[in-house]
Design a protein around this ligand. Sequence first.
Ligand SMILES: *Cc1c(COP(=O)(O)O)cnc(C)c1O
Length: 404
Amino acid sequence: MSSSIIDFVATEARFGAHNYEPIRVVLSRGEGVWVWDTEGNRYLDCLSAYSAVSQGHCHPKILAAMIEQAHRLTLTSRAFHNDQLALFYEEIAALTGSHKVLPMNSGAEAVESAIKSVRKWGYEVKGVPDGQAEVIVCANNFHGRTLGIVGFSTAPETRTHFGPFAPGFRIIPFGDAAALQDAITPNTVAFLVEPIQGEAGVIIPPAGYFTEVRQLCTANNVMLVLDEIQTGLGRTGKLLAEQHEGIEADVTLLGKALSGGFYPVSAVLSNNDVLGTLRPGQHGSTFGGNPLACAVARAALRVLVEEGMIENAARQGARFLEGLKGIRANTIREVRGRGLMLAVELHPEAGGARRYCEALRGKGILAKDTHEHTIRIAPPLVITSDQVDWALERLATTLTHDFS
Ligand SMILES: *Cc1c(COP(=O)(O)O)cnc(C)c1O
């Protein structure tokens, strides 16, 4: 059996649904910020599985916690208690200041669970007539891939021919507080929004936006649901991106880095009111809150704090952003970022971000194009200054390269 790159790629293409178009590299090992392909070539991971491996690949302490727990107990279902769930609740609540926690698996499940919960809150606490609840969302959002979620996406490729979709959503522009004010009705139960729109290309809203959003939600008894699945857990240089705005969400969604990339773990965090409406039998998940997931998540949260990864994200993110801004290349239209959630938007004439990502791969950097003209850069939060500088050198030569 040969293990050449062609075998893996061709076999995936032959048997797999073609819902992805990966960069041509076959990875077989990872450690910290680095990954290696099957030929032994090393790459700096500047995607971090869309922020799921923020703690770095195969973090030894998360790995140890996972192995230890896997030897003891993996899954009980929530039909019984287990000795990890309470500890996970206690630790995540203490860290984030939340009152109630609902453990799920994927990010999309956390989003769906939040929508169910705020609707229920709307009917049972706010007094919205049954079946009339409205949730406001933003254009260019990304909240996952389930039917419920893609129904309120504005990206044609995520929606086309997947309908019919569930009603009850209103779409407004991102970063526009006046639009939120206009969209709120007596039946509005929640505003679901990303603090920074990641998949849309790392779009940072205007300063003061979330202060106004918070005020509008409070004034109208509308739950502010922040999808921090990508921005949360240190990615932007704070534990939660909401802290940059000095606000607190009513409902916070976490996923991705909640397990350091070992295992799908997500959570809905809220005040007592929203998750307090859920009664036995009304919501659930076979794997949600399982002991293995809890042990992994506890370790993932612990190393994030104990090893100073959040502070490092702020420090290295600032260095990376300064460095990117210093690159003199006429391909670059704009550089954006907060913490280690960074993006380089190219001029449309540059011919698309994909070719630059391919070129970066050739120089030992894995990054991903998004929305055609944007290169997203989000390395693990354990990156060092030397590694940032190493990446910047290669980005500079790649972005100044003339492909025409
Ligand atoms: C990745 C992501 C999701 C979906 O998470 P999955 O685990 O892929 O279901 C939802 N919201 C945001 C902001 C994300 O980045």
